[in-house]
Write a protein that binds this ligand. Structure first.
Ligand code: UD1
Ligand code: CA
Length: 496
């Protein structure tokens, strides 16, 4: 809106958080509280956005600038009240706006929605009001400014808790803190607000009395959904609002065609994107910028942060971060996907597999008990169970490249940097230290020797020895074919 100015107040201390982190930087649903507010007000496309910072502004200001590089930061050195904060905000502009609407919001109301602000601003304009209040009817009004109306219902003033009479304290219509002003009125009124009150603060809410004194229109619009304007002042409230916001996000996705088996144990951040016909099983957290395509099934018990999951993929009991999983691929159970994991279409990262900075081709499989770090695996290749991509020599990380349609044996170690060619094979237990040419079979284990009768002579009288003796006795007919057993040659014993 070309005539809309928004002021977000975020200079206050937030001591009840008992935190080194400023209150408005505490996060729910993957965003800081102030990010939720900036997202909601930003959707109105204001021509000017000012954020008032004070307490711990060395942390709050860069955060706001990163989210909204266009935001004007107004510094309020001392928190002398909301009226003072708005004065500072207007002074931070080259010239305070004298036409249009100024909307004031608080930085700690994470459930606030753009649609609510749009309706409120429209109602304010329609009423041609000097000031409009987004109010709320609440069961426990303690702590809030009360909306005082006359017998005809016309708003007369906002009275702060500490300045209120007993009768006024009984009023359940409260000031949410979100106010809309006619810009010209605000520019004039802000300078006339004093601090002669119980808290000795400059109350922005005194502007209502000033408007009424001048016979200007003041309206209050009770919001149905009072949680939208509720702030989180301590960790318990933060968790309550976080759970409620999550409930709203999960409900929205279900309405958009996502199956969620257990909404209570499903956590979806605000920026996650899900396609219709995704299925989420119990105990799943989808965090950050995670995107899941249609027909994928996630869970149970899976956490994915900033991951991209392809259509029809299956991700079971997995912890993933910055990984891309192709369409139709299968991951888990008990997989750990670290940043830079790219699994191709119809590929597999199976049970007890850890991957990092690994590009695994279409249809390629790492099915069991492996670590794949700093690797490239070609399409259709199968990595044997229990394979370690030894990427770290204690000083630097190195890369392993495995070609297309290779089949590597179980319990291999690939000592990077090393390359295994297209269509190559490796034997079980191979330690690959040198490149394997395309189509070759690499083996590094020495031939097996069987020391016949070793147990019979060295473990006689134990359960093992008895079992061996019984088996040998039962097979006496074949004994002679097996050649001589282990004699008492000390050299052979030492090696065994
Ligand atoms: C204020 C309102 C009250 C309303 C309540 C809603 C006034 C005088 N009172 O109460 O009617 O019901 O909000 O939550 O406006 N802030 C600054 N600088 C300051 C003081 C506050 O930036 O000097 C910011 C805070 O960081 C916060 C917001 O303004 O984001 C509201 O401040 P807070 O102290 O919580 O509000 P109250 O004065 O208690
Ligand atoms: Ca307060």
């Amino acid at each position: 809106m070309t005539d809309l100015t928004v002021i977000v107040l975020a200079a206050g201390g937030g001591t009840r958080m008992k935190s080194k982190t400023p209150k408005v930087l505490h996060r729910i649903a993957g965003r800081s509280m102030i990010e939720h507010v900036l997202t909601a007000v930003g959707a109105l496309d204001p021509v000017r956005l000012i954020t008032v910072v004070g307490h711990q502004r060395e942390l709050v200001a860069p955060h706001v600038s990163q989210l909204r590089p266009d935001a004007v930061l107004a510094v309020q050195e001392e928190q002398l009240g909301t009226g003072h904060a708005v004065r500072i905000a207007l002074e931070a502009l080259a010239g305070a706006p004298t036409d249009g609407v100024v909307l004031v919001a608080n930085g700690d109301t994470p459930l606030l929605e753009a649609a609510t602000l749009r309706e409120f601003a429209a109602a304010h304009r329609a009423a041609r009001a000097a000031v409009s209040i987004l109010s709320g009817i609440v069961e426990k009004p303690a702590g809030y400014g009360r909306i005082v109306r006359d017998d005809a219902g016309v708003v007369q003033a906002i009275v702060e808790e500490k300045d209120a009479t007993d009768d006024q304290r009984a009023i359940t219509e409260i000031n949410s803190g979100i106010l809309a002003f006619d810009a010209a009125f605000l520019a004039d009124a802000i300078a006339r607000i004093g601090n002669d009150n119980a808290k000795g603060e400059y109350y922005l809410t005194d502007a209502i009395g000033l408007a009424r004194d001048a016979d200007l229109v003041v309206t209050a619009h009770p919001i149905d959904d009072a949680l939208q304007t509720e702030g989180a002042n301590d960790r318990a409230q933060l968790a309550d609002l976080g759970r409620e916001l999550n409930r709203r996000i999960v409900t929205r996705w279900m309405r958009d065609g996502v199956t969620v088996m257990d909404p209570a144990t499903t956590w979806i951040d605000a920026d996650v994107v899900l396609a219709p016909d995704v299925t989420i099983l119990p105990g799943v957290q989808l965090l950050g910028a995670t995107v899941v395509a249609e027909d994928a099934v996630i869970g149970p018990d899976t956490t994915l942060e900033d991951c991209e999951i392809g259509a029809g993929a299956r991700v079971v009991r997995t912890h993933g971060q910055l990984a891309v999983i192709g369409a139709g691929a299968s991951v888990g159970p008990f997989a750990y996907l670290r940043p830079g994991t790219l699994l191709g279409a119809d590929g597999k990262i199976g049970a007890f597999v850890e991957t990092k900075n690994a590009r695994i081709g279409d249809g390629a499989k790492v099915p069991h008990l492996s670590y794949v770090g700093d690797a490239e695996i070609g399409e259709g290749t199968n990595i044997g169970a229990g394979t370690i991509f030894a990427n770290y020599d204690g000083v630097a990380k190195h890369r392993t490249v495995v070609g297309r349609h290779a089949k590597t044996g179980s319990n291999n170690t690939f000592v990077a940097p090393v390359t295994i060619g297209d269509g190559a094979s490796t034997g079980g237990g191979t330690v690959v230290r040198r490149d394997v040419p395309a189509g070759a079979l690499a083996v590094s284990t020495s031939p097996q020797r069987n020391l016949e009768g070793w147990v019979l002579s060295r473990r006689a009288g134990t359960a093992q020895g008895d079992a061996a003796a019984a088996a040998v006795a039962a097979a006496t007919g074949e004994q002679s074919e097996n050649g001589p057993g282990l004699g008492d040659d000390p050299a052979e014993r030492a090696e065994s």
